[in-house]
Design a binder for this molecule. Sequence first.
Ligand code: ATP
Ligand code: I4P
Length: 272
Amino acid sequence: MLKFPDHQVAGHQALRGQLGPQIDESGRFYKPLQQDERGSREAAFYNALLHSNTKVKKQILRFFPAYYGTQNIEASDGSGLHPHLVLQDVVSDYVKPCIIDIKIGSRTWYPQASEDYVAKCLRKDRGTTTVSLGFRISGLQIYQAENSGYWKPDRNQIHKFTVDDVRSVFRKLISSNQSVCNSDYGGIFPQLLELKSWFEDQTDFHFYSCSILLIYDGESENKGGNPHSMIKLIDFAHVFSGNDVIDHNFLGGLCSLIKFISDTPAIHSTKP
Ligand SMILES: Nc1ncnc2c1ncn2[C@@H]1O[C@H](COP(=O)(O)OP(=O)(O)OP(=O)(O)O)[C@@H](O)[C@H]1O
Ligand SMILES: O=P(O)(O)O[C@@H]1[C@@H](O)[C@H](OP(=O)(O)O)[C@@H](OP(=O)(O)O)[C@@H](O)[C@H]1OP(=O)(O)O
């Protein structure tokens, strides 16, 4: 039985009769292949990843959703059967999933893109923190407490985020989840450093307009349990061959994100 995701924070949503992802009860996430080359590019990347036991170390593969091929299922917009990527639902085992979708790179357009697409991306990149920070938040939900539930700004609010707004998001993240920097639990911060070391070396792929999801469980954190904090790379509609050159756009954005988080004092920290 398929349903619309309860915890989707960005991207095309299966709301109001639109084409968007669906989930099932067995922890699978069904992402509709986008009509044009974006869909085929994303499927090609997942297939390359699946058969890349030589190129991509197992240790790094854990930063990607598991991929189970493509499947024709009923589209969420009622248009009938449509091919979907069948992926691991990376938030299915969280009680209160807290998610930040961060689009990495100081530019989201790619060299091969049309003038119109470059212009569209440039407008958005300049109008958000993409150019100033090397990344932007595309969506988020942070669980606050039983009575207040999730803080989940809408798309328009997110698009207006300034550098200060991004800093306050990370202050909330760090103060509500000590595992962000805590290497004991393999927290988010050590995983970002591990991902950075891969990007300092890999020359097979260039990831444009790709997101890192920062994920942790608001519930277990609130109850002092061992938080299960993860980072996951998603959205490979604009992945191209690296042509033996490192992905300096993604790597630069990732380095900036790491620096930004490490410089962000938590709300309750003793840091000045
Ligand atoms: N494997 C997954 N498991 C759980 N949630 C996911 C998964 N992949 C994506 N999501 C959710 O869906 C949102 C959008 O994902 P994605 O960026 O792949 O969609 P998109 O429509 O291609 O986005 P864009 O508009 O940036 O092109 C993410 O922010 C996340 O909340
Ligand atoms: O990357 P964002 O900020 O989520 O914006 C997306 C994005 O521009 C997307 O294009 P692409 O990355 O899939 O090529 C747009 O899809 P369409 O080209 O099908 O319109 C989305 O509409 C953008 O989302 P938003 O509506 O939030 O700007």
